[in-house]
Design a protein around this ligand. Structure first.
Ligand SMILES: NC(=O)c1ccc[n+]([C@@H]2O[C@H](COP(=O)([O-])OP(=O)(O)OC[C@H]3O[C@@H](n4cnc5c(N)ncnc54)[C@H](OP(=O)(O)O)[C@@H]3O)[C@@H](O)[C@H]2O)c1
Length: 275
């Protein structure tokens, strides 16, 4: 992906989780640069609204696929649509994801494994199955990880681990594809006010805490920084100074220490006191 994205009207940008939050804003960034977009999420109605917004923002064509990407059938539906469109892919944006707050032993197992399927398996499968089309456009792959990727998260154990997976996968892929001119970027946002918190069941005290307030960044700003970062082939985009300092601290501390700090920050004392 070159920084000027030539021939943008001939190359598709695929955004998973494009119907709300960060994904919707990323789709609008691609649309403003003149790309046709393929928007993916489960809810069709919200996708149609997002597609209209993409056209209004300047996209020549906005396609939608309503699919559950935690399933093989959902991933097949996206690949089939991309094959039908037959375009090179300027960017694959692996954004769809969700979290779950609470003690691991009390989590619904089906939900926890679906989280791994969406946050990890879908990223791997889509990146692999669409890689040749990305290569064709000398495009890029943007994967949305999180600041959660930098330390284990008691109280959000599966989510943190899934985002560490996404970050490590993205960094390794970037190294492998560098010589081919394919850009690969990981986005690691801290808190962003979207539907994520409510869907994850994050408790109100945590959402209203000073730490979250100080590190929170709006979705449109996060998306603009990520889109610019992908075009510049930045390895990691982490919006917000507080978030960057937190990730640096987590990297410098022994893993057991950063785990304890995350436990306090997440307010998960009750969660782990039973252990
Ligand atoms: N918000 C934060 O504080 C924060 C911080 C760091 C990282 N992130 C990451 O940012 C990404 C986007 O989250 P967001 O904050 O923008 O949350 P959001 O507003 O809840 O958006 C999630 C998007 O993913 C879609 N989605 C959810 N499950 C899906 C499935 N099984 N198959 C296909 N699409 C699915 C949703 O649409 P449907 O429900 O209709 O499918 C929606 O479009 C996630 O990977 C999240 O982990 C968020």
């Amino acid at each position: 992906m070159t920084s000027s994205t030539p021939a943008s009207s001939d190359s598709l940008v695929i955004v998973t989780g494009a119907s709300s939050g960060i994904g919707l804003e990323l789709a609008l960034c691609a649309a403003r640069d003149g790309h046709p977009v393929l928007l993916v999420a489960r809810g069709r109605e919200a996708l149609e609204i997002a597609a209209d917004a993409a056209i209004d923002a300047g996209s020549p064509a906005a396609h939608v696929v309503s699919a559950d990407l935690s399933t093989s059938a959902g991933i097949d539906a996206v690949v089939t649509e991309v094959d039908k469109l037959g375009m090179p892919v300027a960017a694959l944006i692996n954004n769809a994801g969700f979290g779950g707050w609470g003690p691991f032993g009390e989590q619904d197992l089906d939900r926890a494994t679906r989280m791994v399927d969406l946050n990890c398996r879908a990223v791997v499968e889509l990146s692999h199955r669409l890689l040749d089309r990305v290569r064709e456009a000398r495009g890029g792959v943007l994967t949305v990880a999180s600041t959660a990727a930098f330390q284990p998260g008691p109280g959000m154990a599966v989510y943190h681990a899934s985002k560490a997976f996404a970050l490590y996968f993205s960094l390794a892929l970037r190294d492998e594809l560098k010589a081919e001119g394919v850009h690969v970027t990981a986005l690691c946002p801290g808190p962003v006010p979207t539907e994520f918190g409510a869907n994850a069941g994050v408790h109100a005290e945590l959402e209203a805490s000073l730490r979250v307030k100080l590190s929170s960044q709006p979705a449109d700003k996060v998306a603009r920084m990520a889109w610019r970062g992908l075009r510049k082939n930045q390895a990691v985009v982490m919006p917000g100074t507080v978030n960057r300092l937190g990730a640096l601290g987590a990297k410098l501390a022994p893993l057991t220490t950063s785990t304890r700090l995350a436990r306090t920050a997440l307010g998960a004392m009750a969660a782990s006191s039973k252990a």
